[in-house]
Design a protein around this ligand. Structure first.
Ligand code: PA5
Length: 336
């Protein structure tokens, strides 16, 4: 399968095409030059704006880069920007369609505040409003959530350049993702089998540290592709509140799915294990997902790819239309 073979009308094809999309686009040359200039300046911070499927790449990048970024990185999913985002901040505005009203509004706020703005879009109003020198255009026609690997390929490289880090070569990771999906390693439940285990449950994805956004992405994909209620939470915070609702898990059909990392803080590992024990004692059956022996970025992308596939398998099982997001579209029409 080649990039051009991905069927934009078919979520299975788009989900299978994740590895092919990864690294298939690069930030525009002029954007990279401007990002390099930023790495030589002292900036207040990096503000990533976008909604839904266009926001998630920013969240994933933040999880990966927070440990090494000299600048604060924040994600804003709203109409306006926090007060402290001033002319010394850099804004990256992402809207796949280019027409999302919250993103356009936040973009205009960034213009008013004279922030340096980069844009990533496939067209729409944002394409018109954007400075062509700091704009990267993506191939169009995908569902925004399926375009995640395209958006991430641009946003990650821009951010890495801005914070003075070596840019990740995504080609070898893309290859690994392709190979892993051809034959899931021993210890990894194939996506269709996990989907079967999840059928009839309310999946609760729990993660920690750099994988927090993976849990959020999985929840959103189950909502949008499988049309099933799903939630996410974060360890350690969930140990201080959510754990007390455990009594409801069985009656409500909540299935805790722990997205694990070999890079997690040892105290977090201890928490996951202790949490699992308590959940099991009360009849819940947590599932632990691992993709061992990977770097942080590989692990994050494999988990994301794998759970995207699970969301489509779950839609196949329940007969949900994994492409159409009619309610989101209706809401946008109503508000336009
Ligand atoms: O997955 C989706 O279709 C949505 O979550 C969209 O990403 C969201 O509505 C924002 O639209 P856009 O990504 O075009 O800015």
């Amino acid at each position: 399968m080649k990039f051009g073979d991905i069927n934009k009308e078919d979520m299975q094809s788009m989900a299978n095409g994740f590895p092919l999309m990864l690294g298939a686009v690069q930030p525009s040359e002029s954007s990279l030059d401007a990002a390099l200039d930023i790495s030589r300046e002292r900036k207040g911070g990096l503000c990533l704006i976008g909604m839904g499927g266009s926001a998630i790449a920013g969240e994933l990048c933040k999880g990966l880069l927070n440990d090494s970024s000299p600048h604060p990185i924040i994600c804003v999913k709203d109409y306006s920007l926090p007060h402290f985002v001033d002319s010394n901040w850099v804004v990256i505005a992402v809207s796949y369609s280019g027409n999302t009203e919250e993103t356009i509004s936040a973009f205009k706020h960034a213009q008013q505040r004279k922030c340096e703005i980069f844009t990533i879009t496939s067209g729409g109003n944002l394409q018109e409003l954007a400075d062509p020198n700091t704009r990267t255009l993506l191939p169009g026609g995908f569902q925004p959530r399926a375009a995640l690997p395209l958006i991430l390929s641009v946003e990650l490289l821009l951010l890495e350049t801005m914070i003075g880090r070596t840019r990740t070569d995504l080609a070898p990771i893309s290859k690994k993702l392709r190979l892993i999906a051809e034959s899931w390693p021993v210890g990894v439940t194939p996506p269709d089998k996990l989907a079967k285990e999840m059928q009839g449950t309310i999946p609760l994805f729990m993660a920690s540290g750099h994988l927090e956004a993976v849990a959020y992405r999985a929840k959103c994909q189950i909502n949008e592709n499988s049309k099933i209620a799903s939630f996410h939470s974060v360890i350690p915070e969930a140990n201080h509140n959510e754990i007390e609702s455990l009594g409801w898990f069985n009656s409500m059909g909540v299935l805790p799915i722990f997205i694990r990392s070999e890079h997690e803080n040892p105290r977090v590992s201890a928490r996951f294990n202790a949490t699992s024990e308590i959940y099991e004692d009360e009849g819940a059956k947590p599932i632990h997902l691992w993709h061992p022996k990977r770097t942080k970025i590989e692990e994050l992308l494999i988990h994301t790819f794998y759970l995207d596939l699970v969301s489509v398998e779950l839609a196949n099982l329940t007969g949900a239309d994994s492409v159409s997001v009619e309610r989101i579209a209706r809401l946008k029409r109503t508000l336009s």
